[in-house]
Ligand binder design. Structure first.
Ligand SMILES: *Cc1c(COP(=O)(O)O)cnc(C)c1O
Length: 434
């Protein structure tokens, strides 16, 4: 780590508002060479656009295309034999992801598996881990929650004969505030914990960018005997986690956001080892979760014998072409390391916040928490005055960020390919017009 970065990572950074300063941070950035590994769309003048939508769809690693071509070649030349004799044999393909996925969420390799997509995985996990009994029959969620998460939970409640209107308890920001205080979640759990079967919260809220204190929430939920799961859609590849050590029961995430796995790429699942070896857990079984030693007895056996660990929740054999794009991307995370990514992210997003707040105006407000531990890559800017027009103006200047109704612009600098100079340019552009 360079001295600039070492100084910067000491949480108090002496930022300066000049272009030279921004360029200096880029020169001192140990992750700067990773930008070259990605394909960045070109703007009207042929220069790369400023892409701050990595929280929605991460950019394509250059290695994706050759690696997919390799699979196509294996299919062309080996066909069915590529299951065992391919460059990366398809039969055991999911095993290639265990170490990388474990590093990203802080798990043991057999506690994670890459499969399906996020909402499908949420359904599979709810089958196993939403177990309402007697008076413990509620789910604790947040407000606002992502629609898919709400729909999934509501369907499962209904399928167990429960009324979704009465069975979801919502943690929400206090009047006049934008993010949920951890102490309020703890207080809710203290008060109503014995009614709650499952705590189902995000690692990072999609709208506000708030990083939840997963360790504290899990501890509070466990004291009250609740099952705990996290939706890590906006957390995976953004902030490091320790799901195993925290004692989280299960988690799911997608990989097309910060993990750059490509549109609709294969999702991930975490099942804590305390559950992963329990063959009696209710689950939706399929042959790929079966014990590999007996899987190919096929119709000669009837009983599903789950393989131990998260892999026992697999249903189908994996979509190799999509998995390959993800493999290309996770190779980059393996090399860079999630902790180095986070270290840069704190300074990168920290610089953006500093530049915006230094010129504070009553026309907009950053609603992402200021506490560096509760802030990931994304800053959410609540624009009071003509939010849509201001977002359109940024897009017009080829600064790609997104807009969430009714008034939030989300900016997500991604440490693997965004630069400090882009942050500086963006803040100049935003401040000129608001
Ligand atoms: C992005 C996101 C999803 C998307 O679900 P898919 O099944 O991948 O389409 C779901 N939940 C949250 C919280 C998200 O941020």
């Amino acid at each position: 780590m360079s001295s600039t970065q070492a100084a910067a990572s000491a949480s108090v950074v002496n930022y300066e508002p000049t272009e030279e300063f921004a360029r200096g941070l880029d020169e001192a950035d140990p992750l700067a060479p990773y930008r070259e590994r990605f394909l960045i769309p070109a703007g009207r003048g042929g220069e790369p656009i400023v892409y701050f939508c990595g929280n929605s769809l991460g950019l394509q690693p250059r290695t994706v295309r050759p690696m997919i071509e390799q699979e196509l070649d294996d299919w062309a030349t080996l066909a069915v034999d590529a299951h065992l004799k391919g460059t990366r044999p398809w039969y055991s393909y999911h095993e290639l992801f265990a170490d990388s996925a474990a590093a990203i969420v802080g798990a043991k390799p057999d506690e994670v598996v890459m499969m399906n997509s996020l909402t499908v995985n949420i359904h599979l996990m709810l089958v196993s881990f939403l177990k309402p009994t007697g008076t413990r029959n509620k789910v604790l969620m947040e407000h606002p929650a992502f629609p898919s998460d709400i729909y999934a939970v509501r369907t499962h409640l209904r399928s167990r004969g429960l009324d979704p209107e009465k069975s979801i308890i919502r943690a929400m920001p206090r009047e006049g505030e934008h993010v949920i205080r951890t102490e309020d979640i703890e207080a809710l759990l203290d008060r109503r914990g014995d009614e709650i079967a499952l705590v189902w919260l995000p690692g990072v809220n999609f709208l506000t960018g708030q990083v939840f204190d997963m360790a504290r929430i899990t501890a509070a939920a466990k004291r009250r005997g609740c099952m705990v799961g996290f939706d890590l859609a906006h957390a995976a590849g953004n902030v490091p986690m320790k799901l195993h050590d925290w004692g989280v029961d299960f988690a799911c995430w997608c990989t097309y956001k910060y993990l750059n796995g490509g549109p609709g790429s294969v999702g991930g699942c975490f099942v804590h080892e305390k559950h992963g070896r329990n063959p009696d857990l209710q689950r939706y079984a399929g042959w790929w979760g079966d014990d590999p030693d007996t899987r190919f007895q096929m119709h000669l056996k009837q009983a599903f014998i789950p393989q131990p660990g998260a892999a026992g929740w697999q249903v189908s054999n994996p979509p190799i072409l999509s998995m390959t794009a993800l493999k290309a991307s996770l190779d980059i995370f393996d090399e860079a390391g999630i902790h180095a990514v986070r270290e840069k992210s704190k300074i990168l997003t920290g610089y953006l916040r500093w530049l915006l707040q230094r010129n504070s105006t009553d026309r907009f407000q950053v609603i992402t928490p200021a506490d560096p531990e509760a802030q990931g890559c994304q800053l959410s800017i609540l624009v009071h005055d003509e939010p849509q027009a201001r977002h359109r103006a940024l897009i017009g200047r080829e600064m790609i960020c997104d807009f969430r109704e009714p008034d939030v612009i989300r900016i997500a600098p991604a440490p693997l390919y965004n630069t400090f100079h882009e942050i500086w340019r963006f803040s100049e552009a935003l401040l000129q017009q608001v």
